[in-house]
Design a protein around this ligand. Structure first.
Ligand code: ADP
Ligand code: MG
Length: 239
């Protein structure tokens, strides 16, 4: 489904070059729920941006199904992203002057005006994220947890096969975080959606099938739910 091969990424600012990803190899299976953890600044968000075609690697390949994102023009990547990828950012990035419905509909607008079908889809999505009846409210009048659910509905409106989430529970209290994680897990199971979630929270990572630990631009360790010592691993983390 997702194949990352020997990916390096460096940023150049003036005379300074920073190598942020130093050779990353990763395969994510169709329908897998993968969590990425690691210290701040280790390159997690950079990798997520590459997976979503928001940026291109300096070297190496990022493939989603048969498509090589690293070889696409920016225009093609934008179209590919709209068709295949849903993105949930840590700070929601909702448009505050728009209503909940308008925010969720936003990725559809670029393809023309809303049809009756689109409208039905939006109402259905709002229901599935537990926001029925709130579609007409202005986005900035909702709580943090509700805003994050709007962001998830928006990410799903185009029925993406891949959902990428960057610390989706980072700004939420435990109860709201649990709701969001339960929702993400349900989407993963019911729609066989492939999910890659960056998180600093081992509790959140515990919902995933596999946890990838990042360190200084490379993958340091991979732990799978299938591993014998998985439970012990999580327990050690929490201790
Ligand atoms: P993480 O998400 O693991 O905290 P990031 O991927 O956001 O880490 O960032 C890793 C490093 O790359 C940081 O040192 C950050 O300053 C740098 N970086 C990220 N994006 C850019 C950019 N667009 N230009 C220059 N440096 C960047
Ligand atoms: Mg980050």
């Amino acid at each position: 489904m997702i194949k990352v091969r020997n990916v390096r990424k460096e940023f150049v600012q003036g005379q300074e070059r920073t190598e942020v990803l130093k050779g990353v190899d990763l395969t994510v299976e169709e329908g897998e729920f993968l969590a990425i953890m690691g210290p701040s600044g280790s390159g997690k968000s950079t990798l997520l941006h590459l997976l979503g075609g928001l940026d291109t690697p300096t070297e190496g390949e990022v493939r989603i199904r048969q498509s090589d994102l690293s070889q696409m023009s920016e225009k093609k990547r934008t179209i590919f992203r709209r068709q295949h990828i849903g993105f949930v950012f840590q700070n929601y990035q909702l448009l505050n002057s728009l209503t909940v419905e308008e925010n969720v509909a936003f990725p559809l607008h670029a393809d023309g005006s809303l049809t009756k079908e689109d409208d039905k889809r939006i109402q259905q999505l709002l229901g599935s994220v537990g926001l029925e009846g709130l579609g007409g409210k202005r986005a900035n009048l909702l709580s943090g947890g509700q805003q994050q659910r709007v962001a998830i509905a928006r990410a799903l409106v185009n029925r993406p096969s891949v959902l990428l989430a960057d610390e989706p529970t980072g700004n939420l209290d435990r109860q709201r975080a649990e709701e969001i994680l339960a929702l993400i897990t349900r989407l993963n199971r019911e729609n066989n959606q492939t999910i890659v979630m960056v998180t600093h929270d081992i509790f959140a990572a515990g919902f995933a099938d596999r946890i990838v630990l990042f360190k200084d631009g490379v993958i340091d360790q991979v732990i799978s739910r299938k591993d014998e010592d998985y439970a012990q691993y999580l327990a050690n983390f929490l201790a």
